[in-house]
Ligand binder design. Structure first.
Ligand SMILES: NC(=O)c1ccc[n+]([C@@H]2O[C@H](COP(=O)([O-])OP(=O)(O)OC[C@H]3O[C@@H](n4cnc5c(N)ncnc54)[C@H](O)[C@@H]3O)[C@@H](O)[C@H]2O)c1
Length: 444
């Protein structure tokens, strides 16, 4: 299939609902990298390479040289938050980066002032703030968001914009009738239906204006048929949900390895302490439920207990998150894994991950910004399953199961990049290196 990629824009707008720990760590990081204080560590688009063709060809370009992506100094930032703090004040408040680091980019950070948010305390019970829009209906609020987006584009002379959700985790919402069609969804917005959360209004505004939307939280947001239909109608890529950082990143690295070696697992107990605003929001049982559902699916899909009952059918999987203010953003995640091997003999694995969540999330935001715009320019629309690599709970068509194994996700990701750039897929078969007949056939 021939793929025509639209030209890379001169500048790329990045709109971020939620200028909190992740949002400001991402922006400050980009500004620091632009000034040469660091390399974009953790970013696949900036530091990753991709093998092309046969191993004998030695073609391994950097992904950023392979794909027609914007450079990081072509990004222009804007965002919304329920607090009036500039990105500079918010970064200081989040305490992820040192003051020394933040001061180096003070001028750039102070110029980013959040627009008034669409927010309702009913959906994030532990938060409240003054910088919030008011209107009679949810539909009116969505229209106000569309005006914000249009003004941002105009003020910065932008053709292309991407929206990346970095705001809080909302209370758990089940898929309902009002989410099924665009008509039902719009009617529900006009009637202030409670199943329409603020994040859905941002997503609706983005779809209507053809702006790709990536969902960094576990919220339902773009994972509903009404938004899928809008994404199709307006040819917009959507991706989600919940950035794959911290403990779930570890899980999707370790579980595929244990399964590959056919080691059984009886139990996997995961607990966390964290003290940032995200931890405070997740201290509310209804927001925690949204996160819990997102975190729990991982092992079932990787281990496939129905196909491997002797090894995984009795697996007890538990995830806890405890809000513990002294830790701030420096989360500690413990995993106790009870495994068994030959003749059923038991063994244990203990992991104690002292991680910095936002440090792990920021490069994901960067990659999603660049790749979602590329996806749009390539003509991809709807769910971008090839970006599952970045998410805890990857979006997928209802008839498919999600792919959680990090290494399968990576292979899918890189093959999609090869597909976009019309390079051969890599199957890792490699028999032709050893078999003259196969090699000659390959040349024909
Ligand atoms: N930190 C991680 O590694 C990680 C990993 C996966 C997912 N997440 C998710 O990413 C999101 C952001 O995490 P964080 O650590 O930056 O949290 P944070 O609390 O520091 O930042 C969230 C910001 O969003 C704002 N906000 C809340 N509702 C809003 C709305 N409706 N509109 C605009 N702004 C709103 C809050 O005021 C806050 O400033 C959370 O949903 C979190 O669960 C985080």
């Amino acid at each position: 299939m021939h793929i025509k990629i639209k030209q890379t824009p001169e500048k790329l707008g990045v709109l971020i609902p939620g200028l909190g720990a992740i949002g400001t760590t991402f922006i400050a990081g980009i500004e620091l990298i632009k000034k040469g204080y660091s390399k974009p560590i953790g970013s696949m688009t900036q530091m990753g390479t991709i093998r092309l063709g046969k191993r004998t060809e030695h073609r391994n370009p950097l992904i950023k040289d392979f794909l027609p992506l914007n450079k990081i100094d072509e990004l222009v930032f804007g965002g919304w938050d329920i607090f009036e703090d500039t990105a500079y004040d918010s970064a200081k408040n989040a305490q992820v980066l040192s003051n020394e680091h933040i001061e180096l980019v003070k001028d750039e950070m102070i110029s980013i002032k959040p627009m008034k948010a669409v927010f309702d305390k009913k959906y994030v019970k532990k938060l409240d703030g003054p910088n919030v829009k008011k209107a009679a209906t949810k539909y009116d609020l969505a229209l106000m968001l569309m005006d914000d987006i249009k003004n941002f584009k105009k003020a910065n002379d932008l053709t292309n914009v991407v929206m990346v959700w970095c705001a809080s985790t909302e209370v758990y919402i089940e898929l309902q009738e009002v989410h099924q069609t665009v008509e039902a969804f719009e009617k529900a917005m006009k009637e202030n239906h409670k199943a329409i959360s603020p994040s859905m209004l941002y997503a609706y505004a983005a779809m209507k204006l053809g702006i790709p939307f990536a969902n960094g939280a576990p919220n339902l947001t773009v994972d509903i048929p009404a938004i899928w239909a809008l994404a199709k109608e307006h040819q917009v890529p959507i991706a989600g949900k919940d950035y794959k950082t911290g403990q779930t990143l570890m899980k999707t690295i370790i579980a595929p390895g244990l399964k590959a070696r056919l080691l059984g697992i009886n139990g996997w107990f995961s607990t966390n302490i964290l003290g940032n605003r995200d931890g405070e929001v997740l201290d509310d049982p209804e927001s925690f439920k949204t996160k819990e559902v997102s975190k729990l699916g991982v092992l079932d899909y990787i281990l496939q207990p129905e196909q491997n009952p002797d090894l995984y059918k009795d697996l007890y999987h538990k995830v806890r998150i405890n809000y513990y203010p002294p830790r701030g953003d420096n989360k500690e995640g413990w995993d106790n894994i009870d495994i068994f091997g030959w003749l059923g003999y038991p063994m244990q694995i203990k992991i104690d991950f002292l991680c910095k969540d936002s440090i792990l999330a920021a490069p994901i935001v960067l990659d999603l910004v660049l790749l979602m715009d590329l996806a749009k320019r390539v003509g991809f629309h709807g769910i971008q399953e090839w970006l599952s690599f970045y998410f805890k709970s990857p979006m997928h068509l209802p008839e498919l199961y999600p792919e959680h194994d990090l290494f399968v996700q990576l292979a899918k990701f890189k093959n999609t990049l090869r597909y976009i750039m019309q390079e051969d897929m890599i199957t890792h078969l490699g028999l032709d290196y050893y078999d003259d007949q196969l090699r000659d056939k390959d040349k024909e």
